[in-house]
Ligand binder design. Structure first.
Ligand code: SOE
Length: 368
């Protein structure tokens, strides 16, 4: 069943934990989905008050516990450092709240499995913002692969390149394993790449062989940083396709360059996140660019197209569509392609396989 992203069934009352870049993105998306920005909590009462003021949230709470105890809050957005996600998500579910938890859902697969089980048991909406699924042309790529017209999938390749850590002295909480967790580049952005690739391919990675590299082990006063700046992965998919993935947070000039390319026996489909308004389609007798034009797209791509052709959509629109679908699910709808805690668990398993392979130098199976 599909839903109209612009028409949520009822106003959802949202509580946001955290006050950084992602909390701002979530709060804009919640507002766009006609959510009521009801409560803010953070690492201190002062930070919650500052975030509430800056993000236009009605009330600041002294603690996350206080926010979770408020019966007026329907959904909790967890926008805090990675290693705190699982505890906040668990507490929110146990308090009877729906949850939108930033990725990684957990920094190990055991915690992610527990959370996916708890969400299912409680019957609550539990979503993870793998938002690149919500670019209309990513949905179009998925629909085109699903028709089978491209032919059996032979190869995949993808990259997610950024440069915000290219400066050897750049710093961020993600660099600290106590806050970021045991994987950095892969958990942060490789997770998006694999989620999008598997979503568009309609099949999963069975096994992989990964190499990681920490280019700058010492930065901004931190020493012996063990988490990875770079990851290269060879993958085998369930249907026999093979492929390669490259993930970097130290690629000068690359800001948010997520690219996937899938080659079937008859057609190649390529999507670039920084040029989200078009798809590249290649055949032996020629290639073409397909622009986003809702009048000519598959139903899901058209549903996510909020404005006509020639009126560019982008990252925040994709995020807004994700939150709108999560809120629609809270209202009882079952929107297609909403990434949930099972997808968060999948991502944790892929991340563990990457780290295991990089450690051993051998292939690693990805737990089903
Ligand atoms: C930083 O690498 C970051 O903000 C990620 O944490 C997000 O998930 C990604 O969408 C953009 O880049």
């Amino acid at each position: 069943m599909t839903t109209d992203v612009s028409a949520p069934a009822r106003a959802v009352h949202a509580g946001i934990i955290g006050g950084g870049f992602m909390a701002a993105v979530h709060s804009r998306a919640a507002r766009a989905a006609s959510g009521a920005l009801a409560g803010s909590a953070s690492s201190s009462a002062g930070r919650a008050a500052e975030a509430a003021e800056r993000l236009g949230i009605a009330a600041a709470y002294d603690s996350a516990e206080e926010l979770l105890a408020d019966p007026g809050i329907d959904v909790i957005h967890v926008c805090t450092p990675n290693t705190t996600h699982a505890d906040y998500a668990r507490a929110a579910l146990l308090a009877g709240k729906h949850v939108i938890c930033e990725k990684p859902l957990a920094t190990n697969a055991a915690d992610a499995a527990e959370l996916a089980g708890l969400a299912a048991e409680r019957g609550l909406v539990a979503a993870v913002p793998f938002i690149y699924r919500f670019h209309p042309m990513a949905r179009e790529a998925r629909a085109r692969i699903a028709t089978g017209d491209a032919g059996p999938l032979l190869s995949v390749h993808g990259a997610y390149l950024q440069d915000w850590l290219a400066d050897p002295q750049a710093d961020d909480w993600r660099v600290d394993p106590a806050l970021g967790g045991p994987s950095r580049a892969f958990a942060d952005i490789g997770s998006h790449l694999v989620d999008l690739l598997e979503f568009v391919a309609g099949e999963r990675i069975l096994r992989l062989n990964a190499r990681t590299r920490t280019v700058y082990p010492n930065r901004a006063g931190r020493n012996a940083i063990a988490t990875e700046d770079l990851v290269a992965v060879v993958v085998e998919l369930a249907g026999g396709a093979i492929g390669t993935l490259l993930i970097s947070q130290v690629a000068p000039g690359r800001k948010n360059a997520l690219v996937i390319e899938l080659s079937g026996a008859r057609e190649t489909v390529r999507f670039e996140q920084e040029r989200p308004e078009r798809l590249w389609l290649g055949r032996v007798d020629g290639s073409r660019l397909v622009d986003r034009d809702p009048a000519r797209l598959s139903s899901e791509a058209a549903r996510l197209s909020l404005v006509p052709a020639g009126h560019p959509m982008g990252y925040q629109d994709a995020f807004n569509a994700f939150v709108a679908d999560a809120y629609a699910a809270i209202g009882g709808a079952r929107p297609d392609g909403l990434p949930d805690f099972a997808d968060g668990l999948r991502s944790a398993r892929v991340t563990e396989a990457v780290l295991a392979s990089a450690r051993s130098g051998d292939w690693a199976e990805v737990a089903a």
